[in-house]
Ligand binder design. Sequence first.
Ligand SMILES: Cc1cc2nc3c(=O)[nH]c(=O)nc-3n(C[C@H](O)[C@H](O)[C@H](O)COP(=O)(O)OP(=O)(O)OC[C@H]3O[C@@H](n4cnc5c(N)ncnc54)[C@H](O)[C@@H]3O)c2cc1C
Ligand SMILES: *[C@@H]1O[C@H](CO)[C@@H](O)[C@H](O)[C@H]1NC(C)=O
Ligand SMILES: *[C@@H]1O[C@H](CO)[C@@H](O)[C@H](O)[C@H]1NC(C)=O
Ligand SMILES: *[C@@H]1O[C@H](CO)[C@@H](O)[C@H](O)[C@H]1NC(C)=O
Ligand SMILES: *[C@@H]1O[C@H](CO)[C@@H](O)[C@H](O)[C@H]1NC(C)=O
Ligand SMILES: *[C@@H]1O[C@H](CO)[C@@H](O)[C@H](O)[C@H]1NC(C)=O
Ligand SMILES: *[C@@H]1O[C@H](CO)[C@@H](O)[C@H](O)[C@H]1NC(C)=O
Ligand SMILES: *[C@@H]1O[C@H](CO)[C@@H](O)[C@H](O)[C@H]1NC(C)=O
Ligand SMILES: *[C@@H]1O[C@H](CO)[C@@H](O)[C@H](O)[C@H]1NC(C)=O
Length: 590
Amino acid sequence: MFLRLAVVVGLASVGLCATYGTIKDIPNIKWDFIIAGGGTAGSVLASRLTENPSFNVLVIEAGPTNEGVEESIIPGLMPRAALSRYDWNFTTVPQEGLNGNSITFQRGHILGGSSSVNGMVYTRGPASDYERLARVSGDDGWSWENIQSYLKKNEKLEPPADNHDVDGEFDPAVHSLTGKVAVTLPNNLNPALDAAILQASKELGGDFQLTPDMNSGKPLGLGWLQLTIGHNGTRSSSATSYLDSQTKARKNLHIVTDTFVTRVLKTPGTKGLTIRSVEIRSPDTSDTVVLTASKEVIVAGGTIGTPHILLHSGIGDQRDLKMLNIETVLHNPSVGKNFTDHPAFFLPFSLAPNSIDLGPWVNLNTDPALQAQALELWNTNRTGPYLEPTPTHHLAFLRLPDNSSIIKQFGDLSSGQESAHIEIMLGVSGGTYIAVPIVVSPTSRGSITIGSNNPFDNPLIDPGYYTSKFDILAIREGIKSAVQFSEAPVWKNVITGLVGPLANATTDAEIDTTIRNNTLSGLHPVGTSAMSPKNASWGVVDPDLLVKHVSGLRIVDASVLPYIPCAHAQVPVYVVAERAADMIMRKWHA
Ligand SMILES: Cc1cc2nc3c(=O)[nH]c(=O)nc-3n(C[C@H](O)[C@H](O)[C@H](O)COP(=O)(O)OP(=O)(O)OC[C@H]3O[C@@H](n4cnc5c(N)ncnc54)[C@H](O)[C@@H]3O)c2cc1C
Ligand SMILES: *[C@@H]1O[C@H](CO)[C@@H](O)[C@H](O)[C@H]1NC(C)=O
Ligand SMILES: *[C@@H]1O[C@H](CO)[C@@H](O)[C@H](O)[C@H]1NC(C)=O
Ligand SMILES: *[C@@H]1O[C@H](CO)[C@@H](O)[C@H](O)[C@H]1NC(C)=O
Ligand SMILES: *[C@@H]1O[C@H](CO)[C@@H](O)[C@H](O)[C@H]1NC(C)=O
Ligand SMILES: *[C@@H]1O[C@H](CO)[C@@H](O)[C@H](O)[C@H]1NC(C)=O
Ligand SMILES: *[C@@H]1O[C@H](CO)[C@@H](O)[C@H](O)[C@H]1NC(C)=O
Ligand SMILES: *[C@@H]1O[C@H](CO)[C@@H](O)[C@H](O)[C@H]1NC(C)=O
Ligand SMILES: *[C@@H]1O[C@H](CO)[C@@H](O)[C@H](O)[C@H]1NC(C)=O
């Protein structure tokens, strides 16, 4: 069955693209644009910029190709990409707010970047997030109204693989059928659980009221999940959608994988501070090559990779750079700062035996025979549990009440009245009902720094979880709300109670320690190359994403977002990348 898949995938891509696996195969061409990082945003840019046949574009990606990679293609195999060659295998520095513990921090190390390994949740976030971005950056082009065209160019809504009736689960009026990335509603894999969750929503109402569509710009309430998966039951990543076979057939698109960008460099023979050159290396050799773009170098290494590249290039706080013997090319203390992520907490609940029909796949995670069967079904006719990454079909976005003591003390840190402070993911796993509260309006800030002048050393990742009091109080409210949801009448005699580490914590101190010791990353970091108004005294890029005080260098990825979206981050990144492509095409239109 592995073979069958390999053949299908292989045929689709045979001999079309100029994709290289080593530096020495890169042709000697006059590059118009060089894109450092072939991830979520980088792949969008590669696709859009090569729509103009006169632009020669080179993409440099540290990871391998996504083609034929089952962990990426098959949604249900997504967990297997963690700690594999498709992951950067990062770990945070010890977190003061997590009792000194370090936690893993997954990032895609593969063409398509994190979109090739992520959980495929499709959330745009509230309209007010984009209004805030427009306000903070001073550029109205980022407003909700003005980014609608980019959402349209990005999304292609498709029926779920099982073709079941999804009427009433979403609002067709707010979706696009004409974009690149396939989006679907979940399959009818767990009807009893879906029905119980909807019943609980009806019973509790209020904060848990059903929302017609969480992607309408008004996400509050409980809604059906949408996923970046195609009708054919395969992941739709930035690589599969924007770098499809037609795009890859373009003679002006060149992609080199397994190649590391060590630095961006001042371009010889240019005036002022012009940075249009990149230094690249294969991880397993000491070969170093410098390539120059005639128009722009675009760094798209992500919230961790981008400041890593900038700092090694001498773009950062000169005091820190000096200590590492890195010559300062541009002093900018904002580089790597304001790192912001969503903290998340897994809350498992036990279910009474036979109280709810969870179907035949309950033990999928632990039973190799079921896994083989699931793979067989996916391969033969795209059925079975591997059509989806995790058994989550609903999310709830909630606000802390205006009169809550937390809001009174800290103010409202969300982007507006129709944004949330808390998200709760709902689902089952291995016969356990799971709620995952996430703080989606966190106030803690961290940083990306470097600990040496060797670009192959991992950067120091400090998310700063719970260093602000608001965040720990908010996660506690999220946990309370999740417990409240589990107490809806429909769950009587079904959910028997909390299990897991929090179950035995009784005192306030025990609860606090348990939360801090078991918090995970929401994996949505932003902010390390933040966008700010032109002339602002802080920030790394202007609202057009050009690096301040430099010519020729642009940054396009999650790192430019100054505030973390109240959303899983991929759609905001697609919006940033589509608008950036538009701005670049306009600027260089012959
Ligand atoms: C496991 C996981 C689950 C997630 N789940 C979801 C979800 O369900 N829904 C959602 O919306 N979001 C999710 N996210 C977050 C979302 O995927 C990311 O926010 C988004 O993809 C980031 O896009 P980006 O372009 O900024 O960075 P990336 O997509 O990470 O791209 C950066 C690229 O640059 C490359 N790179 C970095 N440094 C270098 C270098 N020095 N040289 C060459 N190449 C380099 C990387 O290998 C990578 O390909 C998840 C993320 C992860 C990791
Ligand atoms: C991550 O760790 C796994 C397991 O140790 C390893 O196989 C893989 O190569 C590592 N990834 C990278 C990019 O080094
Ligand atoms: C599956 O569908 C997606 C989205 O429509 C498409 O990009 C992809 O090429 C398809 N994959 C296969 C293997 O058919
Ligand atoms: C962090 O972001 C805030 C705006 O949210 C800004 O005022 C501050 O200057 C930034 N800090 C740095 C070091 O860039
Ligand atoms: C898919 O294949 C399985 C195994 O061959 C079969 O039992 C099932 O009926 C098929 N389902 C559909 C929808 O074709
Ligand atoms: C907040 O207001 C609600 C409804 O108006 C009320 O039930 C609740 O007790 C109030 N909470 C606090 C902390 O004042
Ligand atoms: C909680 O306590 C019970 C009873 O002492 C014990 O069986 C269980 O293992 C504990 N759970 C955890 C997660 O520590
Ligand atoms: C919490 O983590 C710290 C640091 O690893 C450890 O010393 C402590 O025992 C943990 N406490 C609990 C209750 O897990
Ligand atoms: C930025 O500063 C320059 C020179 O001081 C000025 O000409 C320009 O109008 C300013 N731009 C903005 C957006 O304030």
